[in-house]
Structure formats: structure tokens, C-alpha cells
Design a protein around this ligand. Structure first.
Ligand code: B3K
Ligand code: ZN
Length: 896
């Protein structure tokens, strides 16, 4: 909650700045924790050995401990009890002065897990104890130097009543256990690796254990254990396979082996995000572990594999080498997202993965860069660090690592990673340290490249070309600029790698020779152009015909390309580009152009019309036997309303929705027979398998079904209901149900009811049921969502339910959320205010849906700012929500 100033009035929360970073005065060598677990009152005993930090130049003897909502029972230094007068508490900081060089500090605290609704620190979920300590949750357990550059060895003892909590887990290896006479038992765990407090975890509950093992390449056997509620034990096979795949992949791709004797994953139902990489004891949101063909979709299976990979990869990129401070968050998150992206791509399909990742980046990260919440990959300041677990830190951070790989080449990049892990094992470091390892391994100067870490915003590259047939010279002029972002009006040029090819008339890439370079090497057909300056010219010689440039192949940099290409050129690239990403991108740009013209026509109330060539291009793609099915799906998926909004000067939600609907309906009518033929041909009786081919087949089949349904033809309706009723896997069932939910047919209500009746006892499936209804484009959706708030299966206390119902409506249903009368905004503000005192992190995530108010028309702007102001005037208000709302209300940068 907002702090109180000395006079008792609420104080404005303070910003923490990177430039204020100082090393801690004391390091912690060892920590011994003892938890007497009880839902209402848990007693925590913490004994730590601290010593002066030689890296701290300030000659103070003050030990700073942080604590939040913990009752301090006792504190002693070297066995001598201290009383209240010997320390000072200011907000969350307790300062003990006059400390010796080395000392044993013992602290006893009382905490109340069952009333912890913020789900940070120690809390209770479905009757089990669990923890979430990143970023600053450990301070809700005990007073401690809770900062990532304080790394210590932990030994943890859990004591709990035996019948309700037969399983007692913590980080590291189990070393001792025993029973007490009062019905309680205990277990002690020891983690041999020094770690920051944010990686601490414990779990206690009545859980089923699924066991597996893995032998590392050096021959060590690792026990793998997945702990879940008993009724879910049949849903762990996929997670177990994914862990083994991740372990093998990290050995083969990065040379990284697992380092403890045991690796555990626990599934919990109430969790603020997807999962957490605690050392040796990963804690997961149930929705990111549990899967069976009847209850989980292909997307769930894919997601589980990728998140399990992500958390496992953190064992090196995050745990063995961690962050010095929270400004360095992307050091572990950007790098680990890059690693999980490569893992998924290797196990499934590289082009499909790249397309999906770029879609996320463009629809969400570019939008964040153009919003009042824009921040660099390494932010300069924050009010609440929880607000900085963003698409910028994660996904743009991954793009920055990917660019380094592109600039260094795969082999040198791997050497750079080896050097980084070796040099910094057991340390808490910075993004500068990461880049230095890459520079040292490669000899490449990345000084200017580092601006990607410190400057926010999406660079725009203007492209101009000129062909001289006499001289057979082709010239590309590239100019970069980056729009202003909060606190950064002017930017220095970025170092941008642009993978480029020049295509001849028949689509084949031409041999490339840059003027001024020697031609002794074998001709390249693809070249990495490096843009460092504001403007650069690249001249290619020996170019026999006017080429079509294929730029930014594979999306080698997170930039916007400003290049004028007519429909003919785009159609040529769509049919011929040998780079699968660029081929898809040309199709998307074509679709964006057509859709934006329709938006324009709809705004001017003109008749809408689509050129026959566009329809034929879609037909050709749908029926192209050479094309991979997964790529056909990508090509036929229209740019989202969010991406179209990003591409518009100012957002007209209704016109965008109308244009997209018109496009879908027209195309569906024209291609109905093609879709129906393909839909029938893709039917299969084979049992469900999570396999790239089967998934591609299901997704193309379901895409055909959803297009067919746009015609509202009786046959389509019947097929859809039939698929809903007869399918034996959740992918097909849910595809049919989500399509039905978009149409106002009587079949819709019956299907929704039947689905709930069948799955009411499965929380993950019920979450899908909420989300489908909240995502419906039908006009009555807000009323439906409001009514569902009262549904017995809904509770604001469970983040998954909040995300499914409220999050989906406010962040995934633009046309209904942005209703012109502002009802959607009021609904959101009401929920944010209800949630703020309960779970500020979730409230802050939701409220960011109002951040980009400047992009809308004056009426909507008025409604949105009114709600933002209403929230801001509420007292008390959490730091989390305060930060997003106050920054949103500040003048946002002009979008250029
Ligand atoms: N490191 C965690 C995220 C923690 C979020 C804290 N509010 C999961 C992950 O990115 O792997
Ligand atoms: Zn992560």
C-alpha cells in the first residue's frame, strides 16, 4: 500500500534508480531457516552469518534488512538479544548499526500465510503451503538482506503437522527427516549452491509424486519429481517428457548440465504468473504443467513444453549466474526467453516459432514502446519492480540476445556464452558483463550495440533504393530514427543487423558483391548489412537486373521497416521469397494494406470491397500442396485487431473490427468450398499425439472451420456442433466451442452449458470456459462477463480466473472493451479497485489496458482518463497500481 508520510498522509511512492546502486555493506555466508508451519501463524527462525563486504567502499558498519508485513518477535546479534532501541525501521528497511566485521544474526518472525492474498512470500493455495519470492517476496517471510547481489548457502528445516502436510520440500537436496511426538514431522534440505533470496522456495502439502530420472552426459543420475494434487497425477506425462527434453537440449546446445541430485516441479492453483525457477524446486501455475488430451489443447501442450524449458534453463541463466540488481532483470529473462525460443524452435518448427514470436513482439512490445510505460530493456528507474516483468524486458530482451548471436555467428556466440558462464559462475552480474563476455570471445566491439539496453523505443528504418542499369549497380539507402519515449527525447543511432537478399525476376537470390569489398570469397546470396549510423548507403555491383530486395530476413532486428512496396511486389515476395519469415511477412503486409483501406472506407461510410486478386492469393495459399500446413495457417491468419491498431495513426476500434469482419465474411463466402474440402480431408480418427504434424493438421482443420462459420451456413453450423459433440480431444472441442461462441445461434448457449456441466470440476478447463465467453465479439459480452463475476466457479482471489474472465475481456476483446460509452473502462476500474488491496500485482497488470488512452478518439480518451483519475484518487493505493496509473496520465510521447 502507498506509504504514509510522517504526518500520516499518503506519501507519493519513491522511484528507485539504477544510478543509486551501491554494493551491500554486508554479505551473508550461510542461512539456516526453520519454519514451524501453521496456516494462521507460522513461526520463522532465521540464523545467518554475515560478514563485511570487501566490495563495499563505504566504511559503515550498518546492516540493512528488509521486511514487509512480518511480525518481528526476537532479534539477536552474536547471541545477545537486541531491543527495539538498537535499530531503526524506515518503511521496509531495518537498519542495525554498530555491527562487527562478522556476526551471527538470529531473527524470529511470525507470519500469516492463510491471509496472504498477494501471493508473494509464504501463502496457502488449495490447502498447501507454497512460496513466491521473486522479486521481493522473501522480505514477507523474515527480515533479510533481500536483494539479488546477496548470495548465500541455505539450509532449511520445515516442521508441519503430518497428516495434512506429508510432503515437505525446499531447495537443494534432502538431508534429514524425523517425527515429533505431537503429530508433526520435519525435513531438512540443504542447497549447496549460493543463491539470492529470491530463489528460495518451500512447499508443504498432501501431494502425489510422479517420478522419473535423467542421466546427465557426464553420467550422473538426477531424480526428477513432479508434485501435484492427487487427482491430477495422470496429467504429468507431458511435463515429465518436457523436463527430459530440456535437460538434454541444454547439454547439447549450450553445454550446460544439471547440478543437483534432484529436480522438482510443484503445481499450484493460485499463482500470479506462469512459473518460477527456484533452485531445484520450480513452482508452476497448474495451468503450465497439467495436460491430458481431453483437457488440454495443442497450444497448452506447446506452452507447457516451452515454460518448463524456460524455468529449467534459468538454472544457468539466472541461478548459477544471477542479476546484480533488478535493473538487470533482462540479463536473466531476455537471455532465458532467447534460450526457450530456440528450444521450442528446435523441437517443433523454426519458421512457425519465429512468426509467433514476432507477432507477440509487434502486437505487444512495439505497442509498449509507443506508450507512456515505454522503458529500456535495462530500465533506469522503477517504483515497483513487479511492473517491469514486461514484454520489453522479456521479449525485446530476447531479441537483443538474438541480435548478438546474429552479429557474432552461432559458433562464436556459443563461445561467448561459455565464457560468460565460466567467468561469472556464482556471481550476481550486469548486462554489461554479459556483453563484455561476448566482446571478449569475438573481438567485436559492441559499445554502440549496448544502446539497445539503455534506449527505449522501436527504431524505424526508412529504405530508399536506386538501380542503375548501365552501371549494373544497385544502391540501398537506409536511414534510422527512433521516436521519443518518456525521459528520452533524442536517441543515438542503434547498431542494427539486417539480413538481406536481392531477388531476381524468377525469385532466386542474386549473388551479392558490395562495392569496395574484395570478391575473392565464394559469392554470398544473403548478406548481413550492419547499420550503425543515422544514414548509410550500401552499393551492390554486378547486379544484372533490377532486383526486389528481401530485407530484414528472419526479422533480424526489432525494428519497423518503412518501405514503400506496391501490391504487386508484395504478391511477388509472398509467392517467391526463399526466406519463410519474409514470405509470410509479405502476405501480412498485403493483408494489413487491404484491411487499412477497408478501415478507411468504413470510416468514410463508403462501400467496402476487396480486389479479386487478394481473394485468389488466399485461395492459392490454402491449396498450395508445396506449403507446410503450419505455414498455411500462419499465412491465412489475419493480422490481429491489436496489430492493426498499432499500424493505424489513431485507433478506430469499430472501423478496425468492421473491416476485419467484412474481410473474413467476404473471403469465407468466396472460398467456402475450398475451406469445406480441406476441412473434410483433414479429418482423422488417430488418437491424440503432441506432434508437430498432427498439430499443424488440427490447426488447419480448425482454421477452415472458423472461416466456414463466418458464412453462417447451415452446413457449417452442423459441422461445428458435430465436432464439438464428437471430438475426443480438447483442441478440437475448444476450437468448435470458441467458434460457436462468436455467433448468436441457439446452439451456442447449449454448447456452453454442456461444456460447463462436463468440466465443472476441472479448474483449467473452467478457465477456458470463462475466457471463451469473455472473448466473444457479440454485443452483449460485457453483460455476460459481469454476470459471470457472480458465478460460483469465479473468484477474484484466483489469478487464473481473473486473467481468464477480466483480463481476456479487457486485453483481448478490443471492440467490446472499448465500447464508445465507456462502460468497459468503468468495469475495469471497478475490478482494479476491488483487487488492489487483495493482489496489487494482478490489479496493476489489468490497469495497463488503459495506458494507451491517447491513441483513441476524444470521447474514449475522456472516459479512459476519467477512470484512471478515479483510480488514482483512491486511498490507499498500492505502489504497483500507482505507478502504472500515474505514468499513464503523464503526457505520453507522440506516436510517430
Ligand atoms: N522469474 C519468474 C518471474 C517472477 C515474476 C515476479 N513478479 C518467472 C520467469 O520468468 O521465469
Ligand atoms: Zn524467466
Amino acid at each position: 500500500m502507498a506509504e504514509l508520510a510522517k504526518d500520516g498522509t499518503p506519501a507519493t511512492p519513491r522511484a528507485i534508480r539504477l544510478t543509486d546502486y551501491r554494493p551491500p555493506a554486508y554479505q551473508v555466508e550461510t542461512v539456516e531457516l526453520r519454519f514451524e508451519l501453521d496456516p494462521a501463524n507460522t513461526r520463522v527462525h532465521c540464523r545467518m552469518t554475515v560478514s563485511r563486504n570487501p566490495a563495499c567502499k563505504v566504511q559503515g558498519h550498518e546492516l540493512n534488512l528488509y521486511g514487509k508485513d512480518v511480525e518481528l518477535v526476537r532479534l539477536s546479534v552474536d547471541g545477545i538479544e537486541r531491543d527495539k532501541n538498537t535499530w531503526v525501521i524506515d518503511d521496509e528497511t531495518l537498519t542495525l548499526s554498530g555491527m562487527p566485521e562478522r556476526a551471527v544474526v538470529e531473527i524470529e518472525t511470525l507470519i500469516h500465510p492463510d491471509s496472504n492474498t498477494a501471493l508473494e512470500g509464504l501463502y496457502v493455495s488449495s490447502g498447501m503451503f507454497c512460496t513466491q519470492c521473486e522479486a521481493e517476496g522473501f522480505r514477507r517471510i523474515t527480515w533479510f538482506p533481500d536483494r539479488p547481489d546477496v548470495m548465500a548457502r541455505y539450509t532449511t528445516t520445515l516442521v508441519a503437522e503430518k497428516t495434512n502436510y506429508p510432503v515437505l520440500l525446499s531447495n537443494g537436496n534432502p538431508i534429514k527427516r524425523g517425527e515429533l511426538d505431537d503429530g508433526r514431522h520435519w525435513a531438512t534440505w540443504e542447497d549447496p549452491f549460493p543463491k539470492p533470496s529470491y530463489l528460495f522456495a518451500l512447499v508443504a502439502g498432501d501431494l502425489a509424486c510422479i517420478e522419473g530420472d535423467f542421466t546427465t552426459r557426464s553420467g550422473r543420475k538426477v531424480d526428477i519429481r513432479i508434485y501435484v494434487e492427487h487427482e491430477n497425477r495422470h496429467k504429468c506425462e507431458h511435463a515429465m517428457d518436457s523436463i527430459k527434453q530440456a535437460m538434454r537440449w541444454d547439454e547439447e546446445t549450450f553445454g550446460r548440465e544439471y547440478d543437483l541430485d534432484i529436480f522438482m516441479i510443484v503445481a499450484v492453483n493460485d499463482f500470479n504468473m506462469g512459473a518460477m525457477e527456484n533452485k531445484g524446486l520450480n513452482i508452476f501455475n497448474s495451468s503450465c504443467v497439467l495436460a491430458s488430451p481431453e483437457t488440454a489443447t495443442d497450444a497448452d501442450y506447446y506452452n507447457i513444453q516451452s515454460i518448463i524449458g524456460h524455468e529449467y534453463f534459468h538454472n544457468w541463466s539466472g541461478n548459477r549466474v544471477t542479476c546484480r540488481d533488478w535493473f538487470q532483470l533482462s540479463l536473466k529473462e531476455g537471455f532465458t526467453v532467447y534460450r526457450d525460443q530456440e528450444f521450442s524452435a528446435d523441437l517443433n518448427s523454426h519458421p512457425v516459432k519465429r512468426i509467433n514470436d514476432v507477432n507477440i513482439l509487434r502486437a505487444h512490445q512495439f505497442a509498449q514502446d509507443a506508450s507512456p510505460m515505454a522503458h529500456p530493456v535495462r530500465p533506469d528507474s522503477y517504483i515497483e519492480i513487479s511492473n517491469f516483468y514486461t514484454v520489453t524486458v522479456y521479449n525485446k530482451g530476447a531479441e537483443v540476445v538474438r541480435m548478438i548471436r546474429t552479429l557474432l555467428g552461432a559458433e562464436t556466440f556459443r563461445q561467448g556464452c561459455d565464457l560468460y558462464f565460466e567467468r561469472h559462475d556464482g556471481q550476481a552480474v550486469t548486462t554489461d558483463d554479459f556483453v563484455a563476455a561476448m566482446e571478449d570471445a569475438s573481438g567485436i566491439d559492441l559499445t554502440r550495440f549496448k544502446r539497445w539496453y539503455s534506449q527505449a523505443g522501436t527504431p524505424v528504418i526508412d529504405v530508399e533504393d536506386h538501380y542503375d542499369p548501365q552501371q549494373q549497380r544497385y544502391q540501398l539507402t537506409l536511414r534510422q530514427h527512433c521516436p521519443a519515449t518518456p525521459g528520452q527525447a533524442d536517441k543515438k543511432p542503434f547498431h542494427i543487423p539486417l539480413l538481406t537478399a536481392l531477388l531476381s525476376g524468377d525469385g532466386s537470390p542474386l549473388p551479392l558483391q558490395l562495392e569496395g569489398t574484395s570478391d575473392s570469397m565464394a559469392p554470398q546470396h544473403e548478406m548481413l548489412l550492419e547499420l550503425f549510423d543515422q544514414e548509410q548507403r550500401f552499393t551492390f555491383t554486378g547486379v544484372a537486373e533490377r532486383p526486389t530486395p528481401s530485407l530484414l530476413r528472419g526479422f533480424t532486428a526489432p525494428v519497423r521497416l518503412a518501405i514503400h512496396r506496391d501490391e504487386q511486389t508484395l504478391a511477388f515476395l509472398l509467392a517467391n521469397d526463399s526466406d519463410p519469415f519474409n514470405r509470410w511477412d509479405a502476405g501480412q503486409t498485403l493483408a494489413v494494406n487491404v484491411l487499412l483501406k477497408l478501415v478507411d472506407a468504413s470510416q468514410k461510410q463508403q462501400t467496402l470491397d476487396i480486389d479479386a486478386t487478394v481473394i485468389e492469393a488466399f485461395r492459392a495459399t490454402l491449396n498450395d500442396p508445396r506449403l507446410d500446413m503450419a505455414l498455411i495457417v500462419q499465412a491465412l491468419s489475419l493480422p490481429s485487431e491489436a496489430y492493426l491498431a498499432d499500424q493505424s495513426e489513431s485507433v478506430d476500434v469499430d472501423a478496425i473490427h468492421a473491416a476485419r469482419m467484412y474481410f473474413r465474411k467476404t473471403l469465407a463466402e468466396q472460398l467456402y468450398d475450398d475451406f469445406a474440402r480441406r476441412y473434410q480431408a483433414l479429418q482423422s480418427d488417430a488418437p491424440y499425439r503432441f506432434d508437430a504434424n498432427d498439430m499443424a493438421q488440427r490447426s488447419l482443420k480448425n482454421l477452415c472451420l472458423s472461416w466456414m462459420m463466418e458464412t453462417e451456413k447451415q452446413q457449417a453450423r452442423e459441422l461445428c456442433v458435430q465436432q464439438f459433440e464428437q471430438s475426443s480431444n480438447m483442441t478440437d472441442t475448444l476450437a468448435a466451442l470458441s467458434t460457436l461462441a462468436q455467433h448468436d445461434f441457439p446452439e451456442r448457449e447449449k454448447a456452453l452449458e454442456d461444456f460447463y456441466t462436463q468440466w465443472k470440476d476441472d479448474p483449467q478447463v473452467v478457465e477456458k470456459w470463462f475466457a471463451i465467453q469473455a472473448g466473444s465479439r457479440l454485443p452483449e459480452t460485457l453483460q455476460r462477463v459481469t454476470a459471470l463475476l457472480e458465478h460460483p466457479a469465479f473468484t477474484l482471489k484466483n489469478p487464473n480466473k481473473v486473467r481468464a474472465l477480466i483480463g481476456r475481456f479487457c486485453q483481448g476483446n478490443p471492440v467490446r472493451f472499448h465500447a464508445a460509452d465507456g462502460r468497459g473502462y468503468r468495469f475495469l476500474a471497478d475490478r482494479v479497485l476491488e483487487l488492489d488491496s487483495m493482489n496489487p500485482q494482478i490489479a496493476a497488470r489489468l490497469v495497463s489496458a488503459l495506458s494507451r488512452w491517447k491513441r483513441y478518439d476524444p470521447t474514449r480518451q475522456h472516459h479512459m482518463t476519467q477512470q484512471l483519475e478515479r483510480i488514482l484518487s483512491h486511498e490507499p493505493l498500492s505502489r504497483d497500481v500507482f505507478e502504472i496509473v500515474s505514468k499513464s496520465l503523464d503526457a505520453s510521447p507522440k506516436i510517430t
